[in-house]
Design a protein around this ligand. Structure first.
Ligand code: SF4
Length: 287
């Protein structure tokens, strides 16, 4: 009965993080999103495990959004404010995820990595124009609410939206890009689903420009996409396919309840930042 209930539960959520985790390592995805308590109950959502790297990314996002919030009110931050905010959030978020103290050398590294990302970002066109007020109409969005698309719940809101003339620009920030991103254009176009659900924005796809800003090897790289109906259609298909695969994996997992039987990453480099590497079978594999 227990297994049947779990296997019948349909997963409907899509987010870029889910997609990236899933395509990189099925075991890590299951550890993050499928959870069975000792009493045999199902609990969805992520666990409290977090790697140092993910902690840094999480804190950098929080600090950037605080900075944007102040910028919106016309307040500008000095560098030392970015550093002290990073320090505060690393401390708070680390303590809420662990009972141990973070080594101070590691803490300083995380703060510096976050600081560099934010400083680099502020030099990019979009942020420069916001600061010098050549972009006047803009907003920022926390990706905490999903947009309903058919039977899916899609976390796809842009990080920054701005308007120039009659064109809306949707910007997604990726604080750590991967080496290969074969579907990046489609992933970026998922922001259009958010805009279509947002009553304040016009619904014509031709009136949008999509921007992806990704941190890769110490630099911010920009990618710009002019969306059209075909891209939007392909994006929807990508999301449907992803969620279908999430559900196939869930069924496989709930049949065995064994994380270690699931496929592992093909790129061992990905394991460096994984919070589930202790006891992972990859460490026992002869490669
Ligand atoms: S350590 Fe590597 S193989 Fe194991 S779960 Fe994490 S990413 Fe996957």
């Amino acid at each position: 009965m227990f297994g049947k209930t779990l296997m019948n539960r349909y997963l409907s959520e899509w987010s870029l993080t889910r997609r990236k985790t899933f395509t990189n390592c099925a075991r890590r995805y299951a550890k993050q999103y499928f959870f069975v308590t000792k009493r045999g109950n199902y609990k969805g959502g992520s666990t409290t495990n977090i790697s140092y790297f993910d902690l840094m990314i999480k804190c950098t996002r929080i600090v950037l959004f605080e900075l944007l919030s102040d910028l919106h009110k016309g307040m500008h931050w000095k560098d030392k404010v970015i550093i002290s905010k990073m320090r505060f959030h690393v401390n708070v978020n680390y303590l809420s995820n662990s009972q141990h103290k973070i080594p101070s050398k590691k803490k300083n590294q995380l703060i510096i990595h976050g600081y560099r990302r934010i400083k680099g970002l502020m030099k990019q066109d979009v942020l420069r124009k916001i600061v010098d007020k050549s972009i006047k109409e803009w907003s920022f969005h926390h990706r905490v609410q999903s947009t309903r698309f058919g039977h899916l719940d899609v976390y796809c809101s842009p990080d920054i939206v701005y308007r120039q003339d009659s064109v809306w620009h949707l910007v997604r920030l990726n604080f750590q890009s991967e080496h290969r991103q074969p579907f990046q254009d489609l992933e970026l176009c998922s922001m259009l689903l958010w805009s279509k659900g947002n009553q304040y924005l016009p619904s014509l796809d031709e009136k949008f420009v999509i921007h992806g800003l990704s941190w890769y090897k110490g630099k911010w790289l920009c990618n710009q996409v002019k969306p059209n109906q075909k891209l939007l259609q392909q994006t929807k298909q990508l999301l449907e396919k992803d969620v279908h695969h999430f559900n196939i994996l869930a069924q496989e997992f709930y049949r065995s309840n064994d994380y270690d039987s699931l496929p592992l990453t093909k790129t061992k480099l990905y394991c460096n930042r994984c919070p589930y590497k202790i006891n992972c079978p990859i460490n026992k594999e002869v490669r």
